[in-house]
Design a protein around this ligand. Sequence first.
Ligand SMILES: [Zn+2]
Length: 222
Amino acid sequence: MEIEKLKRERAVDAVYKVLRQAILNSTLKPGERLHIDQLSEKLDVSLTPVRNAIQQLATEGLVEVLPRSGTFVASLSPKDVEETFDIRCALECLAAEKAVERIQATDLKRLKALVQSLRKPVKNEQDRLQHERDNNDFHFSIIRLSDNQRLYEVYNSLNAHLKIAHIHMGIDSGVSRLKEEQDEHEEIFGALEARDVARVTIAMRHHITRARDSLIASLKEA
Ligand SMILES: [Zn+2]
């Protein structure tokens, strides 16, 4: 009985991971219909773990289950981006403000290394992935420095949307805005190092608002 249960849980987890990855790397495209029976056949599992995994992805906002029409990979509208980034901006400004009180020399060292790594040119897909990891790491480090578990959880629940958003942006528009982004990260770091609350809030708001606007512009272009 116990072994059965464990196996079933693992199948859901495995299906969840595979589908999530496929959505985030655009193997499954925004708006694409998901057929539960086809997926279960392809992944060689029964229908139940596929259904449960899809349920989980729907909770995260990566999948949309529309009654009577079907299950689809979530697509992002400019309005979705605007809403998500506005919340992100509020949370990250608050986190940065709190971080100023708590930041230690070791944290500054770590953030500095990330800012330097984010300066590296982005020439290919590998660089782009590394850049995205460093960028996530930079922003999450500031969120963690707020030492507010609830803030962290709310922020974390927004992340999936941001990842889809990044993919929509594609490599070209991302690269052309890289210089701006690098300067913004450096300004955020500089303000944290100077322990300047007003400056860090302005820098963070500017960075996220600019990212929001570029993303909305790319979505409208596409
Ligand atoms: Zn950033």
